[in-house]
Design a protein around this ligand. Structure first.
Ligand code: NAD
Ligand code: MG
Length: 383
């Protein structure tokens, strides 16, 4: 039975993955779990799923926490637990479900060992796309997306040669501010931004969905995952989040993957691709109840982070890493209540102007660009 490591098991995707895996114990074994600092939930998960390895990045509690349950080794403590989990011999699939650039080394380590990376942690691919692609080719590993839009594209193109794809159209819910005017957006608060209309997710990606930075991250993610040039990747706003993406083929045919918004299917499919297995995780689709399905263009003026991100992807070099890190830093400050929603776009633009044209093709250069961008944003706000 393939062993699965879940990096970020206490988060939104991590807990969804454990729900999915609890329905498929005859097919997969939970081999490793890691969390950032939620020791209580991690301990519960260990008792229930009995992995052989557990890691926590920050363990604020008593040393007694660091004992295993069942066959679990003593917990590994510190950021290196991610790479340790990703490299283990009893791990075949690494579900990278942590947030942000901190997931890069674990993705690289798993790919270098020829493992499947079920990738939710899109920031990794945005920051180090060429590096990750090379690690994948050299190590013989594979990346299977967990992001629902990319899972949809994969489900539409599986079995077809890449030359048959004319373009892909990624759907975006439009987030909570889809119908807000530019003037209203000036006063948008954290509570407003966290009120996503169709998806329940972690706080960082929920804010990224409100600025549409998430959709720019997804355009760059699609570029690297599917080897598509940017002119073949489009985005359309689809408020109902039922169509998860479209693929247009060279004969003009358009395929799409549809379903009720739920991450259970993309998580399961990332584990079983190209197979499908019987599962009850997604509510049954009812076309009448889902009606009407509507589509509208993206308004890049009201959501500057979107255009900045796509331009950074096209520019290449350090620009995608700078975009990602500046966005992470600005969103972290917004989540702490230290900057306003309207500050996020200009903070990203400032970092890209100052740092976006450096070439960067090594891990060290990318990490340097990442740190410089974070510093740039923090200094801008005097933090
Ligand atoms: P979350 O905040 O709910 O969970 C994040 C997890 O990562 C937690 O377990 C946390 O302990 C861990 N973590 C955070 N920072 C860490 C660090 N520096 N080192 C190690 N572990 C760390 O986030 P989420 O919504 O589950 O998102 C996870 C990833 O999946 C993100 O990249 C997000 O963009 C992507 N994603 C999420 C969804 C969704 O529906 N939630 C959909 C598509 C893609
Ligand atoms: Mg998505």
């Amino acid at each position: 039975m393939p062993g699965v490591a879940i990096l970020g098991s206490t988060g939104s995707i991590g807990t969804t993955a454990l729900r999915v895996l609890s329905r498929h114990t005859d097919r997969f074994r939970v081999a490793a779990l890691t969390a950032f600092n939620n020791a209580d939930l991690l301990r519960e998960q260990i008792e229930r799923f009995r992995p052989s390895f557990a890691g926590i990045v920050k363990n604020g509690s008593t040393p007694a926490d660091a004992t295993g349950a069942g066959d679990c080794e003593p917990w590994s403590i510190g950021p290196e637990c991610l790479v340790e989990a990703a490299r283990r011999d009893d791990v075949d699939i690494v579900l990278n479900a942590i947030v942000g650039a901190a997931g890069l080394d674990a993705t690289l380590a798993a790919l270098a060992r020829g493992k499947r990376v079920a990738l939710a942690n899109k920031e990794t691919l945005v920051m180090g796309g060429p590096l990750v692609t090379v690690a994948c080719a050299q190590g013989g590993g594979e990346i299977v997306p967990v992001d629902s839009e990319h899972s949809a594209i994969l489900q539409c193109i599986t079995g077809r040669p890449g030359v048959e794809v004319r373009r892909v159209i990624i759907t975006a819910s439009g987030g909570p501010f889809r119908q807000w005017t530019a003037e209203q957006l000036q006063a948008a608060t954290l509570d407003d931004a966290l009120r996503h209309p169709t998806w329940r997710m972690g706080r960082k990606i929920t804010v990224d969905s409100a600025t549409l930075a998430n959709k720019a991250l997804e355009v760059i993610e699609a570029h690297f995952l599917f080897g598509l040039p940017y002119e073949k990747i489009e985005v359309v706003v689809h408020p109902q989040s039922i169509v998860h993406s479209f693929v247009e083929f060279v004969d003009g045919s358009v395929l799409a993957q549809l379903g009720v918004p739920s991450m259970e299917l993309p998580v399961l499919y990332a584990l079983t691709h190209p197979e499908r297995v019987s599962d009850s995780g997604v509510p049954q689709f009812d076309p009448v109840a889902a009606s009407p399905l509507t589509f509208e263009p993206v308004d890049a003026e009201r959501f500057p982070a979107f255009a900045l991100g796509v331009a950074a992807g096209r520019r290449g070099g350090a620009a995608p890493a700078v975009f990602n890190a500046a966005n992470e830093a600005a969103v972290a400050l917004f989540l702490e209540g230290r900057v306003l929603f309207r500050d996020i776009g200009p903070a990203i633009a400032g970092a890209l102007n100052a740092l976006g044209s450096t070439p960067a093709d090594t891990r060290d250069a990318l990490l340097a660009a990442d740190s410089a961008a974070r510093r740039h944003v923090q200094e801008r706000f005097g933090c």
